[in-house]
Design a protein around this ligand. Structure first.
Ligand SMILES: [Zn+2]
Length: 432
């Protein structure tokens, strides 16, 4: 679907993305170094401490959500961490239950409960023996309060997060449902995605998880907090460099500064430079690896996800301030804060009836996206990692010279066969 961010390639907007990335990069480099070091212990000889991370070892096709590594690389293994999957199973959570918890979260903020028919018309889990699209999606049917979800949910930590994200979209639809049809949409792609993620941040804070009985014995010690922030970094800090590199590649294809003969090489160059990752094996121009991303194949914008990943912390920070939280940002619990709910209504209820900059100013007092709140959220982790660097226990940075790309010129086998056949026919059977 098209939105205003589809046109998000103006020089000014690109400058904003570059500026946000420069603010995030020192934190990303530290986290990258830490994850790489932990992976080097898991895969001896396959991960070098001054090289990009081999992408396939992240267990994520694009290296953007590294939650599958969580159990293996999280620090302080002797300290019990937050493991939502088993906790939900112990509490007999069902797929539908998670949606009910998310709905209650909004109700406690004095926002709108989903209508009854939402529960009848939505699909919460995979229907056995039926081929179906499973990509989690929230639908506004544009019929007053007909909103629905389609998701093949599983009772896991990852889906606890996704459900809250999707229910953020649903709440957005419910809040702007009384506007005229033309304004019932997000004013900017980063808004809709960022709102859902900010709600997920709130729902997954240790303080909130304790409140709803999914976390016991969390004393908020330094080690527990670092452990929690590493898991949050795995799910939230790896997308921005990927999204930026992907869009830089696409923008360069469109302005022809990348030529078709080097599509794949330049794709991996950018991934190495920004993400610090390399392909599992030698790639060359036979492949079109950028096209494996749906947003490239369907020509959909992707930079909104970069902005949403930054914006979610900005939204969360504003709401936490409104809720009276003065402690560390990652421990903020919005539960039951009518003041935070009122503030959230400003962001949700205006739809696209005003320019996004004006809505942002009404909500946050500033007219643009900022990375400050993201840095604030991860500050305890940053302090910890900087200490490791200062003690010589962590090696930061990577080299990109040989990032798995073959410079061998490629000519498809079929072309070679045609040329050989032509040579034989013209020189042997039909000599001049
Ligand atoms: Zn979404």
């Amino acid at each position: 679907m098209s939105d205003r961010s589809e046109a998000m390639t103006t020089a000014e907007e690109r400058r904003l993305v570059e500026q946000l990335w420069q603010e995030l990069k020192p934190l990303y480099d530290l986290v990258h170094a830490y994850i790489r070091q932990q992976m080097a212990q898991m895969y001896p000889g396959h991960v070098q401490l001054d090289q990009p991370i081999p992408l396939h070892l992240t267990k994520d096709l694009f290296g953007t959500m590294l939650t599958y590594l969580e159990h293996d690389i999280i620090p302080f293994p002797d300290i019990e961490g937050i493991d939502l999957g088993p906790a939900m199973k112990r509490k007999n959570f069902t797929e539908e239950n998670i949606f009910q918890y998310a709905d209650e979260f909004f109700v406690a903020l004095n926002l709108t409960r989903v209508p009854d028919r939402f529960w009848n018309l939505s699909i919460f889990k995979k229907i056995p023996n039926r081929h179906m699209a499973c990509h989690p999606t929230a639908f506004d049917m544009y019929k007053y309060d007909d909103v629905r979800i389609r998701m093949c949910t599983s009772v896991t930590s990852r889906d606890f997060y996704v459900v809250h994200h999707e229910m953020g979209h649903i709440q957005h639809y419910l809040q702007y449902k009384n506007l005229s049809f033309w304004f019932r949409r997000s004013p900017h792609g980063a808004f809709s995605e960022g709102i859902g993620d900010a709600i997920a941040l709130a729902a997954m804070s240790p303080t909130h998880l304790k409140r709803i009985g999914l976390l016991e014995n969390y004393a908020s010690s330094k080690e527990e907090n670092i452990k929690f922030l590493v898991s949050q970094a795995l799910s939230r800090l790896f997308l921005p460099p990927y999204a930026y590199a992907l869009e830089l590649w696409r923008w360069s294809v469109y302005n022809e500064s990348i030529l078709p003969s080097e599509y794949n090489k330049r794709y991996w160059d950018l991934m190495c430079q920004y993400q610090g990752m390399k392909p599992p094996e030698v790639r060359d121009e036979r492949y079109f690896d950028a096209g494996t991303k749906l947003h490239i194949a369907f020509d959909l914008t992707y930079i909104k996800y970069f902005l949403a990943h930054v914006f979610q912390f900005q939204i969360f920070d504003v709401l936490c301030h409104e809720a009276g939280n003065r402690g560390p940002l990652h421990l903020c619990d919005l539960h039951g804060s009518v003041a935070a709910g009122k503030k959230l209504k400003v962001l949700l209820g205006l739809g696209s009836s005003k320019p996004w900059e004006d809505i942002l100013e009404e909500f946050a007092g500033v007219k643009t996206f900022s990375a400050k709140s993201c840095l604030k959220y991860f500050q305890p982790l940053r302090d910890y990692l900087e200490k490791l660097v200062a003690e010589g226990q962590l090696n930061v940075g990577w080299k990109c010279e040989n990032n798995g790309f073959s410079t061998r010129s490629f000519m498809p086998t079929t072309i070679w066969l045609i040329l050989i056949l032509k040579f034989i026919l013209s020189n042997i059977f039909f000599p001049l």
